[in-house]
Design a protein around this ligand. Structure first.
Ligand code: PGA
Length: 248
């Protein structure tokens, strides 16, 4: 039985001062939650949030990382820095990074391998554009993203990783995928994992849905058989996040 996971993706929001206030205001609400709770925060907030969640069950994630160990990469953050600061999860391949920062499948794959090498759990994102959905090519496109991202990833490693299906047309738009659409793609992703590895391995992988998850739609989405929780953007910045965590 896979435990539900609810991860907040703060994106480029929250100063360290604001982060402290938000984490404090959510603390009692997410305490003892049945779901695993993760805050994925901007690099500048990592130390503050690590301190604020110390001695709670909440886990810390980062939103970006470079795939080299160290050196002349001005502005980048290394996996070793993240681990040392208390980070356990790392979002990789988010559509905003793919679209706005030109991260292609090769970069995504390098980051996934590097994260795993450092025992960081990757939250590997995939998802189609509206044009691709309307053209009926969403599933093969996502299959390609998954296969490319997982090149060289072992069965033991994928079991510990998370995949997030985030249709680009549903991110930050208020336009949520229907539960059927979300389930269909998440089941297809599990099928792809079954082909790359084996069925038993695929059954162990947590697959999240992301894209306008809100308190009023979380339950229906999270109760789908192949959906193991959510990656939450906008609603992770308010007390709504606690309602999503406690969706039942
Ligand atoms: P949203 O973002 O919940 O604001 O749609 C989700 C995401 O991009 O991870």
């Amino acid at each position: 039985m896979r435990r539900k996971v609810v991860a907040g993706n703060w994106k480029m929001n929250m100063t360290p001062t604001q982060a402290k206030v938000l984490v404090k205001s959510l603390a009692d609400e997410v305490k003892g939650a049945e779901a695993e709770v993760i805050y994925c925060v901007p690099a500048i907030d990592i130390t503050t949030v690590a301190d604020a969640i110390r001695s709670t069950d909440v886990k810390l994630g980062a939103e970006n990382m470079y795939y080299e160990e160290k050196g002349a990469y001005t502005g980048e953050v290394s996996p070793e820095m993240l681990v040392d600061a208390g980070v356990q999860y790392i979002i990789i391949g988010h559509s905003e990074r793919r679209q706005l920062f030109n991260e292609d499948d090769t970069v995504v794959n390098k980051k996934v391998l590097k994260a795993l090498e450092h025992d960081l759990t990757p939250i590997i994102c995939c998802g189609e554009t509206l044009e691709q959905r309307e053209a009926g090519v969403a599933l093969p496109f996502i299959e390609g993203q998954i296969k490319a991202a997982l090149e060289g990833v072992t069965a033991e490693q994928i079991k510990k990783s998370l995949i997030a299906y985030e249709p680009i047309w549903a991110i930050g738009t208020g336009k949520v995928a229907t539960t059927e659409q979300a389930q269909e793609v998440c089941a297809a992703i599990r099928g792809v994992l079954g082909n790359i590895y084996d069925k038993e391995t695929a059954e162990e992988v947590h697959i999240l849905y992301g894209g306008s998850v809100k308190p009023d739609n979380a339950k229906a989405i999270f109760e789908q058989p192949d959906i193991d929780g959510g990656l939450v953007g906008g609603a992770s910045l308010t007390l709504d996040f606690a309602k999503i965590v406690n969706y039942k």
